[in-house]
Design a binder for this molecule. Sequence first.
Ligand code: 5GP
Ligand code: MG
Ligand code: MG
Length: 186
Amino acid sequence: MALMDTEYVGDDLVKTLFTHDEIQAKVEEMARRIEKDYEGEDLLIVGVLRGAVMIMADLARALNRHVEMDWMAVSSYGSGTKSSGVVRILKDLDTDVTGKHVLVVDEIIDSGLTLTWLTSNLTSRGPASIEIATLLRKPEAVSMPVEVKYVGWDIPDEFVVGYGLDFNEKYRNLRDISALAPHIYS
Ligand code: 5GP
Ligand code: MG
Ligand code: MG
């Protein structure tokens, strides 16, 4: 995406990690794996609001098969740029996941606390299977107790925005994923 399309962000961003086109190619790649792994099975993808809106929209359209879509909203209490692991459900699924193959879709995993909590919560409802897909994963999440089956990219520990990722509710609508300039969050 040409820089002039995002002129309004001024000097808030320091560098682009992944462009719109690179993200689309990666999502297609993830979709091919998911199609293969769930061949012959019903599939419910669960997006974690609000950050996963973009990847859910792109992944669902990249999947060349029927797929059911539902959403959860959780708040992991924490301030600034870190989550705390104390999770509260703000919006639960509308779907009963009992006996279903569930794939939780998120845009980024940092500490992994949110998704560790969420998968254990969903597991207690008796799905046929539960797996996680994330576009981005930070180093800390590599040691989380729950295995993440689909990872787009492993990234260094820096704060990124765009493609659903916000800082104080800004930058979610950017097409690219970029690192936020430290002067914005420090
Ligand atoms: P975790 O529980 O894995 O530490 O936190 C996951 C959530 O924290 C993500 O879904 C996202 O909302 C937020 N988060 C973690 N790292 C980043 C980041 O680099 N940029 C943005 N915008 N949000 C992040
Ligand atoms: Mg998220
Ligand atoms: Mg956020």
